[in-house]
Design a protein around this ligand. Sequence first.
Ligand SMILES: NC(=O)c1ccc[n+]([C@@H]2O[C@H](COP(=O)([O-])OP(=O)(O)OC[C@H]3O[C@@H](n4cnc5c(N)ncnc54)[C@H](O)[C@@H]3O)[C@@H](O)[C@H]2O)c1
Length: 215
Amino acid sequence: MASSNIPEKTIERLSEYRRTLLSCHKQGITHIFSHVLAGIHGITAVQVRRDLMLIGFSSDTKKGYDVKVLIDFISNILDSDTVTNIAVIGMGHLGQAITKYFNGRGLKLKITTAFDIDPAKVGQTIDGIPCHHMETFEEVVEDKDIDIVIVSSPSRVADELVVPIVNAGIKGVLNFTSRPLNFPRGIVVENYDITTLLEKVAYFVKENEENPTDD
Ligand SMILES: NC(=O)c1ccc[n+]([C@@H]2O[C@H](COP(=O)([O-])OP(=O)(O)OC[C@H]3O[C@@H](n4cnc5c(N)ncnc54)[C@H](O)[C@@H]3O)[C@@H](O)[C@H]2O)c1
């Protein structure tokens, strides 16, 4: 996906660790051992320590990691200095669900804008987000300083969105349609196809049933 010294899977785990750490911090927990963090995420303590070593974090004390220090350390790696503005393309069921879920979480990522073609949605404010027509995509992206888009349009129109996204200078795309999208180098893209993921789960369930293990 992106060019980075830190592997993609580690980045995903760092984001997951941070959510756990934030929840600990909220509960007043000040320290956490690597094996506890590992247990919560269903991985080994070695994996947690390896991930944290990769980002240069090594202040494991007798009491475990300092939760607040680790949150700040991971945030320095994951977050930009400023808020990153995100737009949703296709403000239907999924687009609205993602917006509701995501905003108000105090992250450095914020969905600020939506695009659609439905006259009933264009010009409206949906869940606090103004919805613009796709025809105005390039100018609105520039005006609202949008860096990332979430594609939740119908799959059949996903291909048509590639050129406008590139032309508008979008830097990252999270695509939820069942149509995998490719972009020129330099644009980070993650295709999240729920059917593929579900079929993968079902396959391994079948495998487990056919070849049960003792543990
Ligand atoms: N709903 C889910 O749980 C779910 C889960 C995983 C993936 N998906 C995928 O997400 C996508 C959206 O699903 P949904 O259920 O929200 O559909 P939906 O029909 O509720 O929403 C699609 C929205 O996209 C808009 N749209 C149509 N053409 C457009 C265009 N050219 N540019 C911008 N917007 C356009 C429509 O007006 C509508 O508001 C689909 O590709 C679907 O396969 C949906």
